[in-house]
Write a protein that binds this ligand. Sequence first.
Ligand code: CTP
Length: 398
Amino acid sequence: MLAGRRIVLGISGGVAAYKAAYLARLLVERGARVKPVMTQSAVEFLGPQTLAAITGEQPVVGLFGLDDVSPHTHLAQWADAIVIVPATAATLSRLANGLTEDALSATVLAAQCPVVAAPAMHTEMWEHPATTANVKRLEEFGYVLVSPEYGALAGGDEGVGRMAEPDTIVDLVDEILGGSGAMEGVRVLVNAGGTREAIDPVRYIGNRSSGKMGNAIAVSAANSGASVVLVTAAKPPDHPTIEVVAVESAQEMADAVWVRAGNVDVAVLAAAVADFRPVSSGDAKLRRAAGPPEIELEPTPDVLAGVANLVDRPFLVGFAAETGSLDEAVAKGQRKGVDLLVANDVARVGSGFGSQTNEVTIVFPDGHTTPWELADKTDIADRLWSLIGELMRDGDAR
Ligand code: CTP
């Protein structure tokens, strides 16, 4: 599944650059977002405007003179994968030696994502010991090189060196990104964000949840081919296949979740739902001159409990926000009747609200716990889906 995946398409200067335009189109057709990066010599073979029209993104050609002061690091951080078509002998050499004089090689050096390169050159250049050594080195770095094929080469020659076909390369990228569609056909409901409970038309009772963990869980499932509905009180991710239902209060959250929960296979309830709300919020703003108001509170619906009580409920994952000891999380997991509880200490540095990372402990229904090390929320989301998949396959969660 390439839908929603972010691909940096690197193009270096060889005649096969014309195939990069078709490859860009294939990626876009499969739902990927594509940002092109071209070397100066690639521009001699393919017009940047062609790529801009196909991808909707102006290709980055140099490192200087742009609004972005650090285009290579931003592209590298953005990418789920970098795909280089064609990779010329010179580009392979630069990448193998960590030279960064152009935007493409600087982006690759700054990246931590998978890199796929499709070499294309004359047979003599491909078979030269220098190229062989560079290819070996790049493979040692973990880059995936798509071997060139036998066929017509530039200048009327023929031999090994012709770039692999774009369809083959796109299938490979799909596979590398775990897009085997492992969750194809799985229906997922995720909730996220902190609810807001109105005090008056201006003010509310809220919490610090950013929705990032829930967003990462929704994106991870959608990228594996699941059909995902995200009910959220926070800013949703920009993803082409996730259906977003925006809500504000706990009651709206409950209504939106409950009406959908009977029709999904898995529900991951990561939202920070307020436990109490003002009894009445009124239509008029509370006035300062009236002095400090007394705000009477009442309990909100427990969204998760409503799903747990469904007769034919989905596989249910809850979250537990704790401060300090996670002992309470074990009791909470059993009390809430979930298949899995993800507990985190929101007071800890690098964990919880607003952070890009999280350190969670998985609580199983029998009360045993497994701490996971501090990791990026996207990695935790991927790992959580692997665990959910295992438990659902084994059927030993209930
Ligand atoms: N939850 C919910 N509806 C609520 C409160 C919580 O669905 N009104 C869900 C959360 O989405 C989470 C789980 O219940 O999946 C645990 O939330 P948490 O805030 O940790 O626990 P509470 O049930 O609120 O208990 P406490 O305030 O005592 O920690």
